[in-house]
Ligand binder design. Sequence first.
Ligand code: ST9
Ligand code: ZN
Ligand code: ZN
Length: 343
Amino acid sequence: ATPDMAPNITSSPTGVLFEDDIVETVAVPSIESKNDAKPPEKYRRQIVWRNVILFAYLHLAAVYGAYLMLTSAKIITSIWAILLYQAGGLGITAGAHRLWAHRAYKAKWPLRLILMLFNTLAFQNHVHEWARDHRVHHKFSETDADPHDARRGFFFSHVGWLLVRKHPDVKEKGKGIDMSDLDTDPLLMFQKKYYLIMMPILCFLIPTMVPVYLWGESWTNAWFVVAMFRYTFTLNMTWLVNSAAHMWGSQPYDKYINPAENLSVAVLALGEGWHNYHHVFPWDYKTAELGNYRANLTTAFIDFFSRIGWAYDLKTVPMSMVKRRVERTGDGSHEVWGWGDKD
Ligand code: ST9
Ligand code: ZN
Ligand code: ZN
């Protein structure tokens, strides 16, 4: 972040969780609560050891998987793992994120079905839960109510938030988020209902069995490379959007917020690293400016389906609106080309 963003970051410079376990929640006196104002509530961080143990195993297994990938797995097994990373990734980016959390475009049922299956194989919770957390993240960005509040440092916003109970504000303020569109979506309610059956099959079982039965890969290689390494890698690439892209990069659209334009994250997260733009214009189906495919595989994917008619009503932002915003709140790093008569 640029120096003028520094005061917003209250975490320690090492990027670890809070120095101690207690965070003062700020009591904002509202008109209703003026008379029965409670003293500021103490929030105590509560570690969920089950998750700590599972994520520790996952990451150790992933490191072993990366080693096997380089030393003994067949090339085609690695290609299969990469394809599943891209499919699961698209289930998150084109599905949970752009279609369902932001409604940035509409999709016909065959595409919705593909995205739901891709989403399930990425195992990042069912779409309803993912989208609720994400809508809360946008609405209450970098406050106590943000599930992965980046003010709490790199580790917390990357993975730490999945290892502790949520801040009470997340649940409290989250209650006010309108989820009626997804509550009434039969496909998503199906996914939610059968998640604990479908997810293990799609995320772990099929990915492991295909290499063993189709090209004679060993169970060990298939499990550690395709299940453990591929899943953990996809998770970390996703989490970088919450951590790295909330800390490092330029702010051409709004220098007063932390989310930034980060090319590396954009490449690894299939186009989701243009995070300064995305927080300013969250309804744009490209989650980035302009119609090019600069590090944005997801936009190319949606455009392909738009050409065959399965994706439609793609929402974008008029250039004039982007330009006004860049001039009003940008940090001056916006490229001048493409703007026409900018003076
Ligand atoms: C994972 C998700 O990894 C990653 C999401 C990343 C998002 C990235 C976004 C960036 C943009 C897009 C970029 C995409 C890039 C993709 C690239 C791909 C290559 N609102 O949660 P609970 C209430 S998941 C309103 O249990 P605890 C609600 O009543 C990994 N209310 O809270 C709820 O009950 P119910 C795999 C809310 O007990 C109740 O609280 N999954 C909200 O504090 C309890 O909720 C895991 O590891 C809200 N937002 O536990 C699971 N939230 O649901 C990890 C809660 O019945 N999670 N409520 O309505 C857990 O174990 C727990 O959630 C916990 C918190 C321990 C973290
Ligand atoms: Zn964000
Ligand atoms: Zn978003």
